[in-house]
Ligand binder design. Sequence first.
Ligand code: GDP
Ligand code: FE
Ligand code: FE
Length: 204
Amino acid sequence: MDYQELGVTYTREDIILILKQNLSQKRFDHVLRVEQTALVLAEQYQIDKKIVSLTALLHDYGKERADEEYLALIAKNPKYHDLTPYGNNIWHGFLGALIVRDELKIYDERILHAIQVHTTGSIEMNLLDKIIFIADYIEPGRDFPGVETARKLAYSGKLDDAIIFALTQTLQFLITKKQIVYPYTIEVYNYWITKKEREEHNDK
Ligand code: GDP
Ligand code: FE
Ligand code: FE
């Protein structure tokens, strides 16, 4: 597979080699499973498979960088200052997209945005954002309570319900584990948990 129509000269084989150099075997395998899952969803929800493949492959590209590298990126980009206390879980999406852009010269904003929000989700997700977010959550290597429910929703045409389910589960999980919650994670939860009410209201 090539990604020329996305303005990317790397082939899929090139990207695979780059990933092998940047990721542990465990994360590399996860990334391939996210790609396969995302491609199934791409077929089901009718979206271009090339952009889905490339975004899925790159979504965790920056995940294994040292904290110092992220803190240096924050120092260089003051608009990301508020990310400082939240650690790798939050950095590798929002700042991982900058690493992908600058190291791999990938400038397609759709790809970069989906990478940015793949951990927290976002307000107003487009179809690519949703597919990457959910594929990451339900890939076959995931094994946590509720993952089957999320899979059923995603594979039965209820992508938005799968997202609401995942956002709710993740927030519950973080609080149960007494982990720090990035405020945007809560904003996104609030937006999605009230989305249906808003839509019903607007229909009247
Ligand atoms: P992964 O990179 O494939 O492991 O998956 P994700 O990028 O989706 O998530 C990485 C981790 O971030 C998961 O364990 C999530 O539960 C966690 N996470 C999601 N939102 C937040 C948040 O607001 N704060 C913190 N500390 N962790 C979060
Ligand atoms: Fe991730
Ligand atoms: Fe991931």
